[in-house]
Write a protein that binds this ligand. Structure first.
Ligand code: AHR
Length: 569
């Protein structure tokens, strides 16, 4: 438990105001006793918040690609070239910076050649997740999806079942320029045949993919390797790859499952025992929060108790430890990693993973509902990434639509966004901003279920961590606008299920002149959107009180996510 500066704050005042104030979207800012403090410290910069931490992920799994993203060009459902229009519009609405594809576990038995060329001639294959893959959605369709959204593609390459040659030729196919390719030889420049094939398949201009995952979960579905074996594979796959000046490559090595620092330590030892680490940009980290305190990928997305609610958010908060533990392990092996060798963390799978109860249907494998509880998990997670902007460079929520921690649910012509979508939108002001330290002082919440080891895992691994006993009573992060040094963004999650938290907010060395904000809060934490009620959960403008002596007093509603914009004098 983090000991807060004002740990002695009493919780009785919280309880007293709770009943009176619950249930209002426009939460009244009446003057009540202060329960908590936030001190923002602009003189303590952390790093620029990479816009790529708000990334997304789609895999050939259940109803993610087929029906979720891809409805086909002849569908009656509104689409652009076969891509569901609502998917494009929603991803644009959160200014999605990047999209990871084709997996996940699917990636390591996927041959990218199967998904190019005339659609009618593409082979149907038996693929990961026990599904038949028609290959109607392939590399070009994915690139068109990214273009329509205006985001970068992030490709996960098949390292388990394809050769290193297929990997570098996939890079060549994606990135070789059209026309004569400048050649570092006396021979005359000639066109590249893979670029010509790409052009024949409809895209003369290169895709310019810079971000590449070299395998996925290689400790599990990606090959059941030990770190030293993976390091050798990584070196072989990346020893030479074609680069074209316009696209400096960024390779992401397969990192640990959850908090398995042994993998990170051994992988880095092995990688750093050799001076060649071509284009090593990041270490992938996957951390899922199970819906159940005792089993992985269990628990109900909609029906949960207050104890389950606090326990899940406590376990989600372990993301902070996951980030700092792996960073420390990397730095142990490569001291000064942050400055000399800027290998960053790429948290390319995260979210709450429940059991089957709320699936859209049997063929929508791993689809689940999302409630306000998931919105709070989203806020807590994004705040952790923002607080560690010096370490986390890229992240991708798993997965965008019809899956684990989705922003959208879609079934044929039915569509809704989830509460998680709204949090992504509310956090937009932090993109590219300067993260600064902020000290949160609020009484912690005891985790009522902290009496058993925590199940952690994913599709290919399950393990456990020791129980965590407390959840921060208020958490969040702060940043300075990249264009206006007098404009701060503060995002705050109040996880108390039934208590508003009245907080005094101060900025060291400055006075707050003005405040505005947005809040996502519902009287019932089980609130969610569904096809019949797609707007049941939505944010509202936050009521704010006038500053007094350069500070503000703000009451964060129970179980809420808030974005405040503070103008300084
Ligand atoms: O996101 C679902 C699965 O979880 C992915 O395919 C895999 O990488 C992870 O275990």
């Amino acid at each position: 438990m983090k000991i807060t500066r004002r740990a002695a704050l009493k919780s009785s005042a919280l309880a007293a105001t709770a009943l009176a104030l619950r249930g209002s979207r426009l939460f009244p800012q009446t003057s009540t006793a202060v329960d908590a403090h936030i001190d923002i410290l602009p003189a303590e910069p952390i790093a620029t918040i990479s816009p790529e931490i708000y990334g997304h992920f789609i895999e050939h799994l259940g109803g993610v690609i087929y029906d979720g993203v891809w409805v086909g060009p002849n569908s009656k459902i509104s689409n652009t070239g076969g891509i569901r229009q609502a998917f494009i519009d929603t991803m644009r609405a959160v200014q999605a910076p990047l999209l990871r594809w084709p997996g996940g576990c699917f990636a390591d038995s996927y041959d990218w050649h199967d998904g190019i060329g005339p659609a009618a001639h593409r082979p149907a294959r038996t693929a990961f997740w026990g599904q038949q893959e028609s290959n109607q959605y392939g590399l070009h369709e994915f690139m068109h999806t990214c273009r329509a959204i205006g985001c970068k593609p992030y490709l996960a390459a098949d390292m388990r079942s394809l050769a290193a040659r297929d990997f570098y030729q996939e890079i060549e196919y994606c990135n070789a320029p059209a026309g004569n390719v400048p050649s570092n030889s006396a021979a005359p420049a000639v066109p590249n045949s893979l670029a010509a094939e790409r052009a024949a398949n409809g895209d003369p201009e290169p895709f310019n993919v810079d971000l590449w995952g070299v395998g996925n979960e290689s400790w599990g579905c990606g090959g059941n390797l030990v770190p030293e074996e993976y390091a050798a594979m990584f070196r072989r796959f990346t020893a030479w790859t074609p680069s074209y000046q316009r696209t400096p490559l960024r390779f992401v090595a397969v990192g640990p499952n959850g908090d398995d620092v042994d993998w990170t330590r051994r992988l880095f030892k092995s990688l750093y025992s050799n001076s060649e680490r071509r284009h090593l940009f990041g270490l992938s980290v996957h951390y899922y929060t199970s819906g159940s305190p005792t089993a992985f990928a269990e628990g109900d997305a909609l029906n949960y108790s207050t104890d389950d609610f606090y326990d899940l958010l406590t376990r989600a908060s372990i993301m902070e430890r996951v980030v700092t533990d792996h960073w420390a392990a990397m730095s142990e092996v490569a001291p000064g990693a942050a400055s000399q060798n800027p290998v960053k963390l790429v948290v390319d799978e995260w979210g709450a993973w429940y059991g089957k109860g709320t699936s859209l249907g049997p063929e929508y494998n791993l689809s689940q509902q999302s409630t306000m509880r998931d919105a709070l998990l989203t806020g807590i997670t994004l705040d952790i990434f923002q607080r560690h902007a010096d370490k986390v460079a890229v992240a991708a929520v798993a997965q965008s639509i019809n899956c684990i921690h989705s922003l959208m649910l879609a079934q044929e012509d039915k569509f809704t966004v989830t509460p998680t979508f709204h949090v992504f939108q509310m956090y937009l002001p932090h993109r590219g901003a300067q993260a600064i330290r902020a000290e949160f002082s609020a009484p912690a919440i005891p985790n009522p279920l902290a009496n058993a080891p925590i199940p952690v895992g994913g599709n290919s691994y399950t393990g456990s961590l020791e129980a965590v006993k407390f959840l921060a009573g208020l958490s969040g992060s702060a940043s300075v606008s990249p264009t206006n040094p007098r404009l701060l963004t503060l995002t705050v999650v109040n996880p108390h299920i039934d208590r508003p938290v009245t907080t005094e907010i101060a900025v060291a060395g400055a006075s707050i002149a003005n405040t505005s904000g947005t809040v996502l809060a519902e009287p019932d934490v089980h609130a969610h959107n569904d096809f019949a009620h797609p707007n049941a959960v939505h944010p509202s403008p936050a009521a704010t009180a006038a500053p007094s002596a350069g500070r503000i007093r703000h009451t964060f509603p129970p179980a809420s996510v808030t974005t405040l914009q503070l103008t300084l004098t």
